[in-house]
Design a protein around this ligand. Sequence first.
Ligand SMILES: [Zn+2]
Ligand SMILES: [Zn+2]
Ligand SMILES: [Zn+2]
Ligand SMILES: [Zn+2]
Ligand SMILES: [Zn+2]
Length: 629
Amino acid sequence: MPDVPLDQLVARLANFPQLGQSVSLTQLQAFLSLISRLLPAIRSDPVNAGLTLPSHLTLPVPVVDFLATSLQLPTSIVILCWAGFGDWAGEPTTSINEDELLGSLGTHFGIAGDTLEPPSHCTTDTCNNAPLTKRQEYQATLFTLRRGVLPITVVSLYCHHCQSTYHHDYKVRHASQAHAQREYYGGVPERIMVSMHHVIERELVVLWEAQMVFSGASAEAASRIYNTALRTRTAETEEKLLPTTVWDSFFLHALLRDATKREITLCVPHNATNADRMNTALEMRNMWMVGTGQDLWAHACTGCQKIIGNKRLSACVTDRVTVGHVCCGVADCQIPLANQSAWFCPAHSKLQFICAVAGCEHRSGIGWRTCDNPTHRAFEEQRRTKGKAMFVLRARQARNAGQAEPRPPTSDMDYLDEVPEEEDQDPPTAPTPSNDLVKIRGRLSRRWTHNEQLIVRCCGIILSRATFFGSEAITSVKDFIHVTFPVQYPGSLPSYIFFDNNCLLLRHLLASVHPRDSRLSAVGFPVDVFHASRKHKDSDEFCTMNCSPVTFPEIMDGDAWVFNSSAAEQANKWFRQFQPIVKEMPILRYNFFLDEMISLRNEWRVNRIRVEGKGPHLIPLADLETRLS
Ligand SMILES: [Zn+2]
Ligand SMILES: [Zn+2]
Ligand SMILES: [Zn+2]
Ligand SMILES: [Zn+2]
Ligand SMILES: [Zn+2]
């Protein structure tokens, strides 16, 4: 609105009394800002050829109609408005940014522009909707998507009957007791209390999810993007968003969404640190996700299921991708570590005090991974030197690429993790008596899980994920197939599973005497045309007879499969970007984050499949209880 004294406005209205009766202040305000925006279009209309001054211009008919429709005014009133105020079009306008004032001056006066209120009545069954009392208030920070960082007042109320404290998102019964639980109300609130002093807008978390899923942004990157581009003020005093707040928001928001979807109540311990509070809830969701937990697990569409002849044929691909987390140093041990810097799980923790050189059973020195045998110590020193050199190289590469430089390790021992894993392998044989440094073997760095395995429908929907601790063993792939297509849903078992090592898998299945494996005889295990040259030194007769494309003419169209057998490769390419983000994550967060990324990508993917006209749908579980044909 033009910044004019109010008496000028009154004088104008006195000349056009009909306007005062027909137009509200909001409509007038909108009219004035719209005509300023539309002034170039009004001037360039042929009806105003050669005229420039707003008072000489006529409103073109389309503009009149647009204003009448958008402001819900009769066209005659719009024309009258133009007669009364048209000369104000293009006047410099001023506006007051309330958020800006509240954010800067408000804090100075102890005033917050927004309040986060809890419910007003108790929801406990036995309390008969009792009104809540004992209002308490404190100041916190609200991070928003469009309005920047704002001060906010957070209110809590109390029920004397059931001794519950009510907050905006949850209530806590007997809050001072050690085992008190936060019970969330259900649904995902528009503003989420991530910690006592940090409240995050839901739509901001949705933006972070999108940054993570589509560009592999870490919480560190998301917080930098926010602090650089989305905070509206740049005052140094204003609170900055921290990566830990981004992570806590991400996990809490996903848990709330998951609980809402599954119609369960999210409960987390009240008296815990933010780092541990969600652990049990994350673990329960991770367990739910194993095998069949993805929302689109029962998905089908014409990209992954085809009617050929009188048969309904479906296909999946499975492949490995190099993403992993730190795990116990004992091969194939799946017991979680007590903390991220541990070398061994609690069950094998004694090994951390034993020299890491293969076969040596002496105690390791304090701050060392090896005993004080000079040869063993020299072996470790050599690795540390190499690790330091690798670190310097990595830091330089990051600097040259304009990326965030890695933080130097806090202790010299951590440089051992920099040595490429293939050089730090498990001892293959018994101890080497030789003093020759080169022949000494031993795992000095922490161990990482071997790979993630995905099962992907040929249309690109990812059905399930598993962590393989050891190498991509054929038995692990087989177990993963059993878990993803469980025996109680025989109809879920695809007609074909593409896998690079299918000939080995099939050999294993044919030799197996386990009754569970016999049901996989209904599945075809094809390999692609290039498989033989990659996997066999010579052409393998078993492979040619059982797995090569000629064995499956029903799903060949000329030289190509009717299914997209490289769907897993494409999914893996996307999935691989998460390695630097999840590498150091505790196992619960690692699994949860990756499953969540898959869910979000599936959601996006299925919308594309719908647009492509492939009719995506979920097969009812009852139909999957029998084998499809
Ligand atoms: Zn109550
Ligand atoms: Zn599909
Ligand atoms: Zn272990
Ligand atoms: Zn030793
Ligand atoms: Zn083969």
